[in-house]
Write a protein that binds this ligand. Structure first.
Ligand code: CP
Length: 297
């Protein structure tokens, strides 16, 4: 694997190999601090990030690498420099990998065709967020062991969610059933052909779920209104305390972050006994160590 641009197209065995490596990194054994010693990993974030950027940085440090943290603010993008020129100029300084987040779907794929170093997609537009799906799968696998017979319910703004798309590919490849639920205006056509069951009837499907993944409403990607108001969305599709009562006792509640507390998820649920949201974040470092180790080999 020279790049990690998406989950679509990865074989189950490739995903499982990455999760196995992440498991080894989580236990810190064997010591991996020599893997990228003397090398540089460059973070190129054209969009804001808290979790993904910091965990790639921590992962690179744990493998012994230096990290170049490029951000759009203060860069020559403001003078009109293109994505490709930016990426190729950063590559010219010698990193072994570019970790790219961009608002345009396909941006990391374009860069990967024009550089020699590894490229990792850290989230491209509404397309994919592969390392997020891997850390979500890692969190579920650590809890469940296996995915067969498990149902993951993903709720909310499916239309604009790269997390939903990557998770759909990842979880179905691993053998789980995926149910996508949201307002009809936020459910793009064609999801059934990718293996999902699609519904707008949240209260009907909640009791079936072994895990529920709430998605943020991505207002920054919406030029028009897809539902009447945040209050209306929350009333119909928010995971509140009353809905959480209808979950299986052992069901897991997930969120990729950042959360809109009180919109797609109530604070009492986000911080409640079903929640594994901070576990997801913690696992992100081990999973991203595995990703860097594989693509920089
Ligand atoms: N889940 C996720 O991508 O979070 P950040 O935007 O903070 O990186």
């Amino acid at each position: 694997m020279r790049h990690l641009l998406g989950i679509e197209g990865l074989r189950r065995s490739e995903i499982e190999a990455l999760l196995d490596r992440a498991e080894a990194h989580l236990h810190g054994s064997p010591d991996a601090s020599h893997v990228l010693r003397g090398k540089v990993v460059a973070n190129l974030f054209f969009e804001d990030s808290t979790r993904t950027r910091t965990s790639f940085e921590m992962a690179a440090h744990a493998l012994g690498a230096e990290v170049l943290n490029w951000t759009m603010a203060g860069s020559s993008v403001s003078k009109g420099e293109t994505l490709l020129d930016t990426a190729r100029n950063i590559e010219a300084t010698g990193p072994v990998a570019l970790i790219i987040r961009h608002r345009s779907s396909g941006a990391p794929h374009l860069v990967a065709r024009h550089v020699r170093c590894a490229v990792v997609n850290a989230g491209d537009g509404t397309h994919e967020h592969p390392s997020q799906a891997l850390l979500d799968a890692f969190t579920l696998r650590r809890r469940w062991g296996r995915f067969d017979g498990r149902t993951v319910l993903i709720i909310g703004d499916i239309l604009h969610s790269r997390v939903a798309r990557s998770n759909l590919h990842c979880l179905t490849a691993l053998g789980a059933k995926v149910v996508l639920c949201g307002p009809p205006t936020l459910l793009p056509p064609g999801l059934e052909s990718l293996g999902a069951r699609v519904t707008s009837r949240l209260d009907d499907v909640l009791p079936e779920a072994d895990a529920v993944m709430c998605l943020r409403v991505q207002s920054e990607r919406q030029s028009e209104s897809f539902f009447p108001s945040a209050r209306e969305f929350s009333r119909l599709f928010g995971l509140n305390a009353a809905r959480a009562e209808r979950l299986k006792p052992e069901a897991l509640v997930m969120h990729p972050g950042p959360m809109n507390r009180g919109v797609e998820i109530a604070p009492a649920v986000a911080d409640g006994p079903h929640s594994v949201i901070l576990e997801q974040v913690a696992h992100g470092v081990a999973v991203r160590r595995a990703v860097l180790e594989v693509v920089c080999r």
